[in-house]
Unconditional design. Structure first.
Length: 569
């Protein structure tokens, strides 16, 4: 039982997390609905999926099993009593089922028609007018609203259309399924997260269906904002004012491409495969295999040989494109990696020997080759330097092609690696790129590099400049300029909060509507606007970004304020 609960819960959590990270903010609401339902069923069944594992047993002749005698002191052994927790856990589980069952039945009873309720037909469904105040909600085939609000025409038609969508798409069935599952698995926290995601997706579906009927998005959002002030709702019902209003507003404007759906569907395949392998029921099958050992003689030409220079007691050599340090102590040859760790190459099949190697000038090896031709033949094996600064091969080739071979030296660097060194001479001084300027004297501050401003810091006087993320700022062969913090351009003002943007849109829409009415009807008066309101909303409008202004209400055409009057006594 523990295996089933753990694997089922883990599988459900992974599938819910995949939904949360990749699908929730997309516009495929119908796909998301079936994904959540199938994920629930999949997590309940996956522990029963059998995964066969074949274990190959190799018979080793050198392995012996020696049984050791077990000595126990029978005189000191005393019977111990253990507490049985099974009864306690079953009791707690039963109490949880009773509480959740009582909660479920209580919520179902709330949807019965009371004597004082009035029933009206509404598009093949029952419209229940409740005497007590209630937020519009729906269940099975009924829409529940407040009788007083309905009689006073305080419930917009789009609210009823929203609830009708819940009934048309049978959202109550999804909620009933998850609620019944919660009665049996009330201790599973992932089910509560899943229930919330299912109900939130129901609201996405209803919102999209209403907007597809041609309803104005702004008007619909304002209605949502009004009903969000009344947060009470029944857990089994689909209610118009489900929380996360901001998220619903954002999803209304989201359109996800089919390509993105295809990519995310492909990404789900390895997730399901891993869940089946890790959470399925494992059955192990043992297969006996006879081990055959055959001695193979290694040909002489396949042996690997390392030869070190015996003319010096230590030096550098390259093995498999890695640099190593060798030290000769009498007849012992020790080889160390770049971390100073002693390496045993003989165990890796190498033969290590020493010979006296005659040194030759590199220029003798060049023959008739130019420096460019030599670089092209040994490009990956060389280091490259301009003055004392290391550069890349392409940059070195470009400089040599420009200034010629005068001042080019080929010799080992401080690490013993053969290097191309471009030295500064009187002949090529004017042709070489200028050396980088010295770093600023201050430990931190602002500099302009190629007209881009950076904040920099220094570390341990290493001559390098670092940005805020610790990355080295590239100033080589670039123009830099020290910037006084007083001369920095001011940062852009922060964008207004979402709540301020909504308030501004409501205010501007009202003023623009009154201005339009006054313009069309000469008898109507222009609205009177308080100066404090103008200053408040003007400050919000000035903080809007270009994208926000494009979607916001235009700034109202307000008349200038009347001149101030001085009352003399």
């Amino acid at each position: 039982m523990e295996h089933y609960l753990i694997n089922s819960t883990a599988s459900l959590f992974v599938l819910w997390l995949f939904y949360k990270l990749t699908l929730e903010n997309s516009s495929w609401h119908h796909v998301k609905r079936y994904y959540l339902l199938l994920a629930t069923i999949f997590s309940l069944l996956i522990p029963f999926v059998v995964v066969n594992t074949v274990v190959v047993s190799v018979d080793r002749a050198s392995a012996f099993l020696v049984e050791q005698p077990i000595i126990t002191d029978l005189h000191n052994e005393q019977p111990t009593e253990t507490f049985d927790w099974t009864a306690v856990l079953l009791s707690v589980y039963a109490v949880g089922i009773l509480i959740m069952s009582w909660r479920f039945v209580r919520n179902i009873i709330r949807f019965r028609v009371e004597n004082e309720d009035e029933i009206k037909p509404y598009n093949n469904y029952q419209l229940i007018l409740r005497h007590a105040f209630t937020v519009p909600h729906s269940f099975i085939n009924r829409i529940f609203v407040s009788k007083n609000q309905y009689a006073n025409d305080q419930i917009p038609e789009l609210v009823l259309e929203h609830e009708k969508v819940h009934l048309d798409q049978r959202h109550s069935i999804d909620v009933l399924m998850i609620e019944l599952l919660l009665i049996l698995l009330w201790f599973n926290p992932v089910l509560y997260l899943l229930r919330y995601s299912i109900k939130l997706n129901h609201e996405f579906l209803a919102d999209k269906a209403v907007l597809d009927q041609g309803v104005d998005t702004t008007e619909y959002q304002e209605t949502l904002l009004y009903y969000s002030q009344h947060s009470h709702y029944t857990s089994l019902a689909n209610t118009f004012n489900f929380p996360i209003i901001k998220k619903r507003f954002r999803i209304m404007k989201t359109k996800t491409s089919n390509t993105s759906l295809f990519i995310k569907s492909i990404a789900l395949i390895p997730v399901l495969a891993i869940l089946i392998i890790s959470c399925g029921k494992e059955e192990t099958k043992f297969q006996e295999v006879e081990q055959v050992i055959e001695e193979v003689e290694v040909p002489e030409q396949n042996k690997k040989i390392i030869v070190v220079d015996a003319s010096t007691t230590e030096g550098y050599l390259k093995i498999d494109n890695e640099d190593y340090l060798y030290k000769i102590n009498d007849d012992q040859i020790n080889i160390y990696n770049k971390f100073g760790e002693l390496q045993d190459f003989e165990k890796q099949g190498y033969t290590v020997s020493k010979e006296i190697i005659e040194e030759k000038e590199v220029t003798e090896e060049l023959g008739n080759l130019s420096a460019i031709e030599y670089i092209n033949q040994h490009k990956e094996e060389l280091n490259y330097y301009l003055r004392n600064d290391q550069i890349d091969a392409d940059n070195a080739i470009s400089i040599i092609e420009k200034v010629g071979q005068n001042g080019v030296e080929i010799s080992p660097d401080s690490n013993g690696i053969m290097s191309i060194k471009i030295l500064e001479t009187n002949d090529n001084k004017k042709l070489l790129p200028p050396p980088p300027p010295p770093p600023p004297l201050t430990k931190s501050g602002y500099i302009k590099v190629d007209n881009k401003i950076h904040y920099y810091t220094t570390k341990d006087n290493d001559g390098k400049l670092y940005d805020r993320d610790g990355n080295v700022i590239d100033i080589k062969n670039k123009r830099i300029e020290q910037i006084d913090p007083k001369d920095l351009p001011p940062p852009p003002p922060p964008a207004p909060k979402y709540e301020d943007l909504v308030k501004y849109n409501l205010w501007a829409k009202e003023i623009n509507a009154k201005n339009k009415l006054a313009t069309e009807n000469g008898n109507a008066e222009y609205p009177i606007v308080k100066l404090k309101e103008v200053e408040k909303y003007k400050a919000i409008y000035n903080k809007l970004t270009k994208a926000q202004k494009a979607n916001a209400q235009p700034w109202p055409n307000l008349p200038p304020p009347p001149p101030a009057t001085n009352n003399k006594m």
